[in-house]
Design a protein around this ligand. Structure first.
Ligand code: BES
Ligand code: MN
Ligand code: MN
Length: 455
């Protein structure tokens, strides 16, 4: 096992070249015309699984974009780990803000720059290369299955049904995922919580056509004004969500968990500086780590309506629309949140407009106990490779399918993420530091060692 760092050092250039091949494929799942790239990416990861030494790998159809499944069996008496990742990426726009084109990966300042470099092709690749090492050096101590989907960035609409349909194929003792971040390699964290998500579109309609704002303004409700009014009622000035009943079902984390989270020396000033905001804003009485990890949030993701072209156009627009996302914590469910929001909208929307709330996707929050066998194996692997014990961390992000796995496959997932907050995932100039990539490969290999070690 001690030879994994040597193996990585010996093959690091080739690892990078292979990852680059995957990063060149523009597998943007939300692009309905992107089928060619999606199948190309699925095929590419299938090929990489075989190259790494899997016994078999196949591209399987779903209701949506295909899934790649592969496995390496070493013995029926050995435990089985299911590795999950996603080959789809977020759209790269705005393109003119990229210093190098999003699908032409390059290394600058010891970082890989490309869409998907971190989220999730780069992190998924750590697992492929750890597999390659363990097969090549004949030290793979358990069975491995890979489930690589192409719809994570759109809320995994087909994966739950796929899992139900292929329960036996996906049977495992543990799920292992690298699709999160750590605080830093010097002060690593291991994610033990993810927030859930409820995503909506809110449409507001007024008159049947755009009106002259002089001839009608003052007598007719304006959908853009009304939408703005509604949105301003969703949170108070201090950041508390005003939807009645919204906080009622929350299951507070236990004290142990809270104390552990508070150990992280999170630098709030550096956090604000890193994203270029003059001050942070959030629910009073909670630290940033708590605001992100154990408290829900509500954000408008986009808003449009009316005239946005050059010059002035005096209209009273016919409609307006907003996209809204709520991050949820344990105890809250997307359908229940939808009901609460809907009742509140009935209460606050003006009678002069019609509105419709559409739920796009959602998922439950997730927590995994620190004392579990899989988490502890990950802790030891990080200690081994990084020389420091990781602290637990609750991430504000969501991977909705992780809670589905628990429900459908009956297993917890260990979130062995190697991204950094500064990796700019979903944004221009997404990147993944080479060191995180290479250390990640080593840590994954050590994970299997500790996970299968006889106590
Ligand atoms: N990998 C991210 C989630 C993530 C990133 C969790 C960093 C923790 C740390 C994932 O690909 C993602 O972007 N999830 C979406 C949800 C999805 C339904 C679009 C999210 O969190 O917005
Ligand atoms: Mn991801
Ligand atoms: Mn993502």
């Amino acid at each position: 096992m001690h030879s994994v760092s040597g193996y990585v050092a010996q093959h690091k250039e080739r690892f990078l070249e292979e990852l680059f091949q995957g990063l060149r494929i523009p597998s943007v799942s939300s692009n309905s015309k992107g089928a060619a790239a999606m199948y190309q990416a699925a095929d590419f990861f299938k090929g990489q699984l075989i190259l790494a030494g899997a016994d078999s790998a196949t591209v399987m159809e779903t209701e949506g974009w295909p899934v790649v499944f592969g496995q390496k069996q070493v013995g029926d008496d050995r435990p089985t780990v299911l590795v999950y990742g996603h080959y789809d990426v977020q759209p790269p726009e705005p393109l003119d803000e990229w210093k190098s084109p999003p699908f032409e990966p390059e290394v600058r300042e010891h970082k890989i720059f490309a869409r998907g470099a971190d989220d999730d092709k780069g992190q998924l690749f750590m697992h492929l290369k750890a597999l390659e090492y363990m097969v090549a050096e004949k030290c793979l101590p358990c069975n491995i299955k890979f489930l690589i989907e192409g719809e994570e960035e759109m809320g995994s609409p087909s994966l739950k049904a796929f899992c139900k349909q292929h329960q036996e194929l996906l049977l495992a003792d543990l799920i292992l995922v690298s699709d999160t971040a750590l605080y830093s390699l010097k002060q690593p964290t291991l994610t033990t919580g993810l927030r859930g998500l409820a995503y909506f579109e809110l449409h507001v309609w007024g008159p049947q056509r755009d009106l002259h704002s002089g001839l009608y303004g003052g007598a007719v409700a304006n959908p853009v004004n009304e939408l703005a009014h509604i949105l301003s009622q969703l949170k108070d000035r201090e950041g508390r969500i005003r939807i009645p009943g919204f906080y009622e079902c929350i299951q507070e984390p236990d004290l142990d968990e809270l104390q552990q989270l508070r150990q992280l020396p999170f630098d709030e000033a550096a956090f604000a500086k890193g994203i270029g905001v003059p001050a942070l804003a959030g629910e009073p009485g909670y630290s940033v780590v708590e605001q992100l990890g154990i408290r829900p949030s509500l954000d408008v993701n986009g808003i449009w309506g009316g005239y946005t072209g050059e010059g002035a156009k005096t209209i009273l627009p016919a409609r307006a629309m907003a996209k809204l996302s709520l991050r949820l914590v344990p105890g809250q469910e997307p359908v229940q949140v939808e009901e609460l929001l809907r009742s509140y909208l009935h209460q606050i929307a003006a009678p002069g407009v019609a509105w419709e709330l559409k739920a796009l996707h959602g998922g439950n929050a997730y927590v995994v106990p620190w004392q579990g066998k899989g988490v502890q194996a990950a802790v030891r692997a990080m200690e081994q490779v990084l020389g420091v014990s990781p602290l637990p961390y609750h991430s504000g992000g969501s991977i909705p399918v992780i809670a589905d796995f628990e429900e459908v496959l009956g297993q917890k997932a260990v979130l062995l993420g190697f991204g950094l907050e500064s990796d700019a995932i979903h944004a221009p100039n997404e990147n993944f530091p080479l060191e995180n990539f290479y250390k990640g490969i080593e840590t994954v290999a050590w994970f299997y060692h500790y996970y299968t070690l006889k106590q």
